[in-house]
Design a protein around this ligand. Sequence first.
Ligand SMILES: [Zn+2]
Length: 414
Amino acid sequence: MPTSSSSSRTLPNNLHGKFLHITDIHIDPHYQDEATIKSGCHRQAKKHHNKKKRKGKLAGYWGSPTSGCDAPPRLANHVIDWIADGWKEEIDFIVWTGDNARTIPIIPCIGNNDVHPHNQLQETVNILETYSEMWRDFIPADQLPTFRQGGYYAIDVAPGLRVLVLNTLYFYDSNDAVKGCEKRKGPGHDHLEWIRAQLATARRDRARVYMIGHVPPSERTFYSSCLDLYTDVSLEYRDIIGGHMYGHVNMDHFTVLQKENNNNYDCDPTDDDDDDDVQVDLTMLKKSDLRKQYKKVRENEPAVVIHVAPPILPVYNPGFRINEYNTDPSSADFGVWIKYTQYYSDLNEYNNKHRPELEPPQFQIEYATDEEPYNMKDLSAESWVDLAKRMTQKGSKKSKHLWKTFKKNMFVQT
Ligand SMILES: [Zn+2]
């Protein structure tokens, strides 16, 4: 286990206070531009003469937002290059929350589509051996045995700043190879014990901890025993946890976990949302459910806030997130998450260029948490609970506008 102690913490002069969060790349090597959407962007349309008219209904050069197609390799390569060009010198580390299927740094974790058959990961499987080889450069040597056995590891990204990389497939109820977290010596139970031990060590070391994983904890995705235990341990160590960062769901949003799960999305037909939800898959949450959850959040109770970043894969538009944290080594707030800026690219704009191959997508700021309309002073759990409340005030114009903006950002401006 890597150790560090704040008493001997010296300021590493190369810290910039920024880290990148990217997720769900989903490259399709068989992607073809101008293929039909119906064919999963794999086969050209039969009638070629009508192509011009059908532009926009066929697979785009840079990808096809809202089509259900995976990403063309050129998009993934371009995004990585674009980020590297602009940010390489300014970011301290990258958290990459799964469904990677491509190998670049830095702190990768396993997604449900990184195993085959997808979602299915048994307790001891060769695939972890394979990943431990592939990610050998990213996983600390002393963590390799842990990773080989469980697919999770801990890494110090700076003195006093630690990332716990979780293997959520052991909590995921679509993984038939595990059955919840109660059973002693089961992989889910063992994983939670490991999390608890790591957090205890981190508190002793006075380290700030970020928890990252692929499938976000929720009632739709986790076995309920796993969700309860995850919530418990996260609440117990909330003083040292900087954030919970996830992917998989493909929508930009956060959820709130509280004791005695208020996180159940029971249906209240009188409290419906104003427009239709876009259904992408069964694990997808509906925004009306999310709004209900925000309404129900109990303000004066401790909360665990789970963050889901939107993917590079253009389910909607592709995006990535630049996070900022406190780098003052003398401060008790060292490592605390302060803000993030969400970037995106309007892919159709670039698909519709006359020569899209000559004008690759540029990324622009979609929103920043400390700016209008969010105006968050920091990214503590309390600030997110406050935002949830501000977005769901009955009869308030300001609240309505805030929720509208949030929804637009949830679907990355599509
Ligand atoms: Zn996934």
